[in-house]
Structures are given as structure tokens and as C-alpha cells.
Design a protein around this ligand. Sequence first.
Ligand code: SF4
Length: 78
Amino acid sequence: MKEYIAYCGLDCEACEARAATAANDDALRDRVAKLWSELNGVEITREMINCTGCRVSGVKTPYCGSLCPIRRCAMSRG
Ligand code: SF4
């Protein structure tokens, strides 16, 4: 569904952070946090793995919610 395509082109429907949030699955949150920590070289905690999707209302991961320059640009320009 188009509303789940992020401003950057990522498919939020395929995102495991969104899946963990939708299912309130802490085991999946832990797996995603471990993987994303390794991939990004920063500590990402279980508590950060909460997101409903880039372009829909609700909670976001710290990166997609406030750090992503593409999302900030798109939202500032409507
Ligand atoms: S906005 Fe949320 S659901 Fe979409 S890619 Fe980012 S973390 Fe995943």
C-alpha cells in the first residue's frame, strides 16, 4: 500500500521494526536492535524499536522520526 512506502523509498511494510511494533513482540525488537546496532556501529536498544511507518501517524524509531534528512525535508515541504 502506498502509504507504507517511506519518503526515502523504503518499504515500511517489510520493516521488522514496524512488524515488532505491530505485534508488540519484544523478542523481535531484541533481534532488530542487535542487527541494527551491528550494521550501524551504534548502540540501538529494544526501546528504540517502535515504529508505525514513516508516513503514517504514530511512534517512530529515533532515526526515521527525527534524524532522517529525507523525511524532514519532505515533511517541511508538504
Ligand atoms: S519509518 Fe519505521 S517502519 Fe519505516 S523503515 Fe523506518 S523504522 Fe521501518
